[in-house]
Design a protein around this ligand. Structure first.
Ligand code: SF4
Length: 148
């Protein structure tokens, strides 16, 4: 398929990695690292095995990159954040009050979504929160030793 220099190539509603790289201003290597670290899960094209990214995946990449490079999270901290913090905090959701995930904060959003609609455009199985759901919750702060 002929491709103009700055033309995005969409496969259905999905983008190839070189286009995503330009869209989010990150190297392809960095994008593949986010996948290797378990924060994104692009689909694979059946015939070529090329990675294909939806606009949801692109938004996830931008948010993960923001949390690491602008907010200073390490990868380990970020994994802990995924299991400890609610999705509306992680993704800084401006519409949280209208979302079932916010109204039922004692359940993880992907469980709430099984019986109530949330505002997410998912799918959960490609979301950083869902992908890290089995990370062991770490105690962030050790308690002070009690005086004898
Ligand atoms: S896509 Fe699913 S796992 Fe991700 S924030 Fe939305 S409801 Fe939660």
């Amino acid at each position: 398929m002929p491709r103009g220099k700055n033309k995005l190539v969409k496969v259905g509603d999905l983008f190839l990695i070189n286009d995503v790289s330009r869209m989010v201003n990150l190297s392809q290597k960095r994008i593949r690292e986010y996948e290797k670290e378990g924060f994104i899960k692009p689909v694979r094209e059946r015939n070529t095995n090329n990675r294909l990214y939806s606009s949801f995946d692109v938004a996830q990449i931008q948010q993960i990159n923001h949390l690491i490079h602008e907010r200073g999270f390490t990868l380990a901290c970020l994994r802990n954040l995924m299991v400890l913090a609610p999705c509306w905090n992680i993704f800084d959701c401006p519409d949280k009050e209208k979302c079932a995930a916010y109204q039922i904060p004692w359940r993880p959003c992907y469980e709430v979504r099984q019986y109530r609609e949330t505002l997410c455009n998912g799918p959960c199985e490609r979301c950083a929160i869902y992908l890290n759901r089995d990370v062991k919750k770490e105690r962030i702060l050790e308690p002070f030793p009690r005086p004898e």
